[in-house]
Design a protein. Structure first.
Length: 179
């Protein structure tokens, strides 16, 4: 029997930040020995048949993108463990930013299917583009720590992916419960 975990890393991206994070998570899981499929969500992507599912989405107006939520509703609720990540414009560091990101994460999670058991929900910053925002939008973004540029925290992303890999390794080596 093959104990290599089959993992789906699925994502919805608006401008590419979430895709980059999903690809990095997939790389880390592959380097740990998992067989990983990394793809954008869509009606043709079937979440069945995987030993674990990781789903991420860009966050706009404190909500996941609709294709990601549609996909999350199709993830089996009685099967593989599920991890989720959200990508916004602010790193969850500093008192104000931490509070805003926490509120955003709670609101995002309320949009998840109620019967889905999510192992962990992480929030990562993406690439922040303030060009084109009205003045009030730039001021608000700056007040909560949203500085223009690539704000992805690769060490934090990789550490989270290694935590997932550790759980998958433990599951693969734990004998089934003889019930």
């Amino acid at each position: 029997m093959d104990d290599t975990p089959r993992v789906l890393v699925a994502y919805a991206t608006a401008a590419g930040s979430t895709a980059g994070i999903a690809e990095r998570i997939a790389e880390v899981l592959r380097s740990d020995g998992a067989q990983v499929t990394c793809r954008p969500v869509g009606p043709d992507l079937d979440p069945d048949g995987f030993d674990a599912v990781v789903v991420g989405s860009a966050v706009h107006s404190m909500a996941w993108l609709p294709p990601a939520l549609d996909f999350l509703r199709r993830v089996p609720t009685d099967g593989a463990p599920v991890w989720v990540f959200s990508v916004g414009g602010t790193n969850p560091s500093g008192r104000i930013a931490h509070s805003v990101v926490g509120m955003e994460a709670e609101k995002v999670a309320r949009g998840f299917p109620a019967d889905l058991d999510v192992r962990d929900h992480r929030v990562f910053a993406g690439v922040v583009v303030t060009a084109g925002l009205p003045l009030w939008g730039r001021i608000l973004a700056r007040a909560v720590g949203g500085r223009p540029g690539d704000r992805r925290d690769w060490p934090a992303i990789e550490a989270w992916a290694r935590q997932i890999a550790g759980v998958l390794r433990a599951r693969a080596t734990t004998p089934p419960d003889p019930a």
